[in-house]
Design a protein around this ligand. Structure first.
Ligand code: PAF
Length: 275
């Protein structure tokens, strides 16, 4: 596996094979393992899998967890080697962003709801870095997880609207045995918070199996389950249309239940398709 830290090194790499990229912020865990496995499958026998690891300051709003976000270079190298990654790109912040940068990529519709409401500027940071990674790494395809459903929708929209020649491949959410969606942020949870965080998946499953068509009823049901956990503080629970990400009143085949909940300082997100 090659580990490259500069854009010039990546651009000097031979490019005759199909390249599938997995953009990450590191602290790799089993959900990343699944993204890499799917990338390998899509790369084919002669294709190359590239993983980027970059904790992108632009997507952390002021006062959030940029400083404490886990950084684990050695463990991540080992993880990628064992997963059969061909190229690991780990640039510094200075390599990615000029001090006087003045161009950003901003999606202006899908970014207005859910995470976009709670985390202003987040998706501008995500779009900017993903566009840069696409330009630097020149992938034929890129793999994203469905846990970050809104991110996935926005990246697809960016690819469509800016004509990137990159196929976007999505991978279903990977969960721990008790249902909690895998996330690098799970490790912030205290033992009590970690135990109580299982209410999130329980809320999603109860909502999924409920015989209710009113989005209001579904949201109330999910909120009641989450509130069984005394340490949970709900940021939002919403039923939205999967295409527009706008709230809906009636649950249909293309509805998504999305939630964000704090346990202490740790904010977890999750979602499930309804209908
Ligand atoms: O999902 C993530 O880990 C990040 O948002 C991404 C896509 C790597 C961009 O920094």
């Amino acid at each position: 596996m090659k580990i490259l830290t500069t854009i010039a090194e990546v651009q000097a790499e031979p490019r005759e094979n199909r390249r599938v990229v997995v953009p990450t912020m590191g602290a790799l865990h089993k959900a990343h393992g699944e993204l890499i496995r799917v990338a390998r499958e899509h790369a084919g026998r002669d294709g190359k899998v590239a993983v980027s690891i970059f904790v992108n300051p632009l997507q952390f709003e002021a006062g959030s967890d940029y400083e404490r976000y886990p950084r684990r270079d050695e463990a991540d190298d080992e993880f990628c080697r064992n997963a059969g990654v061909d190229l690991l790109f780990r640039p510094s912040v200075a390599e990615m962003y000029a001090d006087d940068r003045s161009v950003f990529v901003e999606e202006s519709s899908l970014s207005k709801t859910l995470e976009g409401k709670s985390r202003p500027g987040h998706f501008r940071g995500v779009c900017t870095v993903v566009a840069k990674l696409f330009n630097v790494l020149g992938p034929d395809a890129a793999v994203f997880g469905e846990k970050d459903f809104q991110q996935l929708a926005i990246v697809r929209r960016m690819v469509r609207d800016l004509n990137f020649e990159v196929e976007i491949i999505s991978v279903p959410t990977v969960r721990e045995d008790d249902g909690l969606a895998c996330s690098s942020r799970n490790q912030y949870l205290s033992d009590d918070e970690r135990r109580q965080a299982t209410v999130l998946h329980k809320a999603l499953r109860n909502a999924e199996s409920a015989d209710k068509k009113s989005a209001g009823d579904i949201v109330a049901l999910a909120r009641n389950v989450i509130n069984e956990a005394p340490l949970a503080r709900i940021d939002y629970v919403e039923v939205v249309d999967v295409e527009t990400l706008q709230p809906v009143e009636t649950v249909a085949a293309n509805s998504l239940l999305a939630l964000a909940v704090f346990f202490g300082k740790t904010r977890l997100i999750d979602n499930i398709r309804l209908g």
